[in-house]
Design a binder for this molecule. Structure first.
Ligand SMILES: [Zn+2]
Length: 145
């Protein structure tokens, strides 16, 4: 399998432990499992690519290595996106939301973000939804004419 990760093949070597800034750690509102949701967004076009989960360690690694690291709830281990698939996510920016319970990570995405091969995890299952729209604001304060 071709790899294009800058010549460093570290699939068998998870990134070393990183330290999360205590000030940042104090802002995180983790769920019962100690995790915060991380929305992954394509920095080039704004597409929402996928959602993953991070604990303090995964976030620290993401902030300090330039590569997105998640905590896998199913495998109970850290996983660095792209180590097995080659579909690397390079960190462009990271933001914490207003409540402290979600992260937005903007990335340079190599290849498909979804393990199914789709560009995003939301490509395959559009749901039928009634569309709403804001009412026309022709009379904000009663009759104007
Ligand atoms: Zn997916």
């Amino acid at each position: 399998m071709a790899r294009h990760n800058g010549g460093v093949s570290a699939a068998a070597n998870p990134t070393p432990a990183a330290e999360l800034d205590p000030t940042l750690a104090a802002l995180l509102k983790r769920d019962a499992d100690g995790l915060v949701a991380a929305v992954i967004q394509d920095d080039d076009n704004g597409a929402v690519l996928m959602l993953g989960w991070m604990d303090d360690q995964a976030l620290a690694r993401t902030l300090t290595t330039g590569r997105v690291t998640f905590w896998s709830r199913s495998r109970q281990e850290y996983w660095r996106k792209g180590d097995t698939s080659g579909h690397v996510q390079y960190v462009r920016s990271v933001a914490l939301d207003c409540d402290g319970d979600a992260l937005l990570v903007r990335v340079e995405q190599v290849g498909a973000a979804c393990h199914t091969g789709d560009r995003t995890c939301f490509d395959a299952r559009p749901l039928s939804a009634v569309q709403g729209s804001a009412p026309a604001s022709d009379e904000p304060d009663g009759p104007a004419a």
